[in-house]
Design a protein around this ligand. Structure first.
Ligand SMILES: Cc1ncc(COP(=O)(O)O)c(C=O)c1O
Length: 366
């Protein structure tokens, strides 16, 4: 399927080993240049992982001990954790059931009343918020820096462009299960602002201004050259991988409705990247039954995410407030992710559809 990947990777590893080129170097600079080009961002700064990318973005945005930062209540724990790790106070914002992003009205109220220094949103599932441009504009109007957690969003297009384009600061993760995944951990921060990009780069390299000169207290968050080499190679195949993910999305969109299951999909203006499938099964017994059957059939499934940030035991000591209601809880209780991965075959997709159909007794039940 991806002929040549392994051979080229081995060749790269051989050269890097001979040259003892393990940190920085041409693979990292090439990767950053390619990311800038494909995502239409002026600066791409790679780092050790997607969690660090968020922490670097928060620190570069000037977040200090005690500042308020808005966080979506439905996201991966790292979004919340990053805020706490830089000493800020997280205030959660409820979700919107239609797209899984933040509730715009709750977000607006939080901007006015909680007076955050920075707001975080997360582009989950393979698309972004229907009101992305409104969220960006609102933050601009109020002088709040908006950080967009795009860990799941590589390949997502909004109004024909990469979703990262036009963001004040956005981040991604190269965790292996992501759409553009490394052979280990990795991440990046994207921005059009040269000053922010410099600050991110400095913080992620011990605050260095010279080899033994330190302008900031940062930490070591460099992406290693081996990961960069793997990612550069993966970029050669990424269009084909995303196209195959989108074919799987289209198959599900055509076949799943007849099973009776509710399928979530990208809002208008988006072309999703096929990161994951999202079904909503609000009745808990039905959902449990379906999960038991999928397990018995050897079909993997997920629940991205089973609970909101504000109800995590680890959040209690840090949470400084919540805006909106409990739509996030409703979303988390209903989400069921059916298998979706690159180069999934039609037979694999149809098998999932058949099992769901049999369980739910939709019109295609066999
Ligand atoms: C929305 C979101 N934010 C942040 C992260 C953290 O990325 P990493 O695992 O690379 O630290 C992830 C990855 O799992 C994610 O999905």
């Amino acid at each position: 399927m991806e002929f040549g990947f392994h051979a080229v990777l081995m060749e790269k590893l051989h050269d890097m080993t001979l040259n003892a080129q393990f940190i920085g170097g041409s693979e990292v600079t090439t990767l950053e240049a390619r990311l800038q080009e494909v995502l239409h961002v002026r600066h791409a700064v790679t780092c050790a992982n997607g969690t660090d990318a968020l922490q670097l973005a928060l620190r570069a945005a000037g977040v200090r001990e005690g500042d308020v930062v808005l966080v979506p209540n439905v996201t991966f724990w790292a979004t919340f954790e990053a805020v706490v790790n830089v000493g800020a106070k997280p205030v959660t914002v409820d979700a919107n059931l239609a797209d899984g992003g933040v509730c715009f009205e709750a977000f607006e109220q939080a901007i006015r009343e909680a007076k955050p220094k920075v707001a975080l949103i997360a582009h989950l599932y393979g698309w972004g918020s229907a009101r992305l441009l409104d969220l960006r504009e609102l933050c601009r109007k109020h002088g709040v820096i908006l950080i967009e957690d795009g860990a799941q969003a590589f390949g997502v297009r909004y109004q024909g462009e990469a979703i990262y384009k036009g963001a004040h600061i956005s981040t991604t993760s190269f965790y292996p299960a992501k759409v553009l995944g490394a052979a280990g951990d990795g991440g990046a921060v994207f921005t059009d602002d040269a000053e922010l990009a410099d600050k991110v780069r400095r913080l992620g390299n011990h605050g260095r201004t010279a080899h033994y000169g330190y302008g900031d207290v940062g930490w070591n968050s460099r992406l290693d050259s081996l990961q960069a080499a793997f990612l550069n190679l993966s970029l050669d195949y990424i269009d084909a991988r995303i196209a195959s993910r989108r074919e799987a999305v289209a198959y599900y969109q055509k076949a799943l409705p007849a099973t009776g299951i509710q399928l979530m999909s990208a809002p208008a203006g988006y072309e999703e990247n096929g990161y994951c499938n999202v079904c909503l099964v609000p009745e808990s017994e039905v959902k449990a039954g379906l999960e038991t059957r999928l397990k018995a059939e050897g079909i993997g499934f997920g629940n991205i995410y089973p609970s909101v940030m504000s109800s995590q035991p680890g959040a209690a000591a840090y949470l400084k407030g919540h805006f909106g209601g409990q739509v996030g809880e409703q979303l988390c209780a209903s989400v069921l992710n059916l298998p979706l991965f690159p180069y999934m075959t039609e037979a694999e997709l149809q098998r999932v559809v058949d099992v769901v159909g049999t369980m739910l007794g939709g019109e295609n039940a066999r």
